[in-house]
Design a protein around this ligand. Structure first.
Ligand SMILES: NC(=O)c1ccc[n+]([C@@H]2O[C@H](COP(=O)([O-])OP(=O)(O)OC[C@H]3O[C@@H](n4cnc5c(N)ncnc54)[C@H](O)[C@@H]3O)[C@@H](O)[C@H]2O)c1
Length: 294
């Protein structure tokens, strides 16, 4: 594997492209939106500079990483030579289905197709595409350059060869891959999202404030950050979509997004990416203030 195409240059896409390029892969990052591509480029540069400052990359590796990256709104040329195409586009079934149906006829016959979806069923997507045996879930975590895990989701039709290639590729990124079977939310979000949803529900009932809930989970459960701060990092819209997919896919009301989460998303308070979620990041992003009046 040498040539990688990443589709979608949002929160996850820029991080995924960053780690592939840093580990020696020729990487093309594609988005429909030129502004997103420019933002992704700036984020990758900022993150590389931070790694440089911490002594985690050399100046030479930083420049090589940047040299291996292309940012394009039209990816057909790169798709024709791709060994792996990973989509990290908006969490929406129809969008992902269209992406795979567009790229599959153009990509080489050995190409692996991966989705970074947090919750959409690989098997459900597989039914809608022409080469289901080459589809696999490659679920990275945010922030991608920092987080060690890749949850690898094999569908019923995914071949053992594709699973093996994906595990080997994950190792080349210096990450740990854990293979799981397909189910809505897989393992990570199946366990994480009900906790986030419950934290928001407890907040809306006035049981405790934003800071108090986060501090309890940080200090009492040794979580590196509280569930509300984590929801802001993931994106409240992404949390809502994941819960909706688990709600319908697992047919259980306990996964229904709580009304306060839905309200925040409707108000455009999406977390770090929009500047405001349960915290306000617009003044000092590293020390955000609480943005919630119960
Ligand atoms: N945010 C997280 O913490 C997180 C963690 C793990 C996995 N994920 C998953 O990663 C995926 C992306 O999430 P995100 O948070 O980066 O979303 P995001 O909203 O930040 O970015 C999505 C990007 O996809 C682009 N896009 C939409 N349709 C496209 C198309 N047809 N072709 C090219 N680009 C297209 C949008 O312009 C946008 O830039 C989702 O499936 C999400 O569930 C997110």
């Amino acid at each position: 594997m040498r040539n990688i195409v990443v589709i979608g240059a949002g929160t996850m896409g820029n991080g995924i492209a960053h780690v592939f390029a840093q580990n020696g892969f020729e990487t093309t990052l594609n988005d429909l939106n030129e502004i997103q591509l420019q933002k992704a480029k700036a984020t990758i540069l900022k993150n590389l500079d931070r790694q440089l400052l911490k002594g985690k990359v050399s100046e030479e590796l930083k420049l090589k990483t940047l040299g291996r990256l292309q940012f394009v709104t039209q990816a057909n040329r790169a798709i024709k030579q791709a060994d792996l195409i990973i989509e990290a586009a908006t969490e929406n079934f129809e969008i992902k289905k269209k992406i795979f149906n567009d790229v599959m006829p153009i990509a080489p016959s050995h190409c692996v197709f991966a989705t970074n979806t947090s919750s959409i069923s690989i098997d459900k997507l597989a039914v809608e595409i022409s080469q289901p045996e080459r589809l696999i879930g490659m679920h990275f975590f945010n922030p991608v350059p920092v987080m060690q895990l890749v949850e690898i989701i094999k569908g019923e039709k995914t071949t053992p060869e594709v699973t093996k290639k994906t595990e080997e590729l994950t190792l080349k990124l210096n990450k740990t891959g854990v293979v799981v079977n397909d189910a809505p939310g897989f393992i990570s979000n199946r366990i994480l999202m009900p906790m986030v949803n419950e934290a928001i529900e407890a907040l809306s009932q006035g049981v405790a404030g934003v800071k108090e809930i986060d501090t309890i989970m940080q200090l009492g459960m040794a979580h590196p950050m509280g569930p509300l701060r984590l929801a802001d990092l993931i994106g409240l819209d992404v949390c809502k979509s994941i819960l909706e997919i688990m709600h319908s896919g697992l047919e259980n009301d306990k996964y229904a997004p709580t009304p306060l989460l839905v309200k925040r998303v409707d108000e455009g308070k999406l977390g770090i990416k929009s500047g405001i979620g349960f915290y306000n990041y617009t003044i000092d992003p590293k020390n955000p203030t609480v943005d919630f009046k119960g």
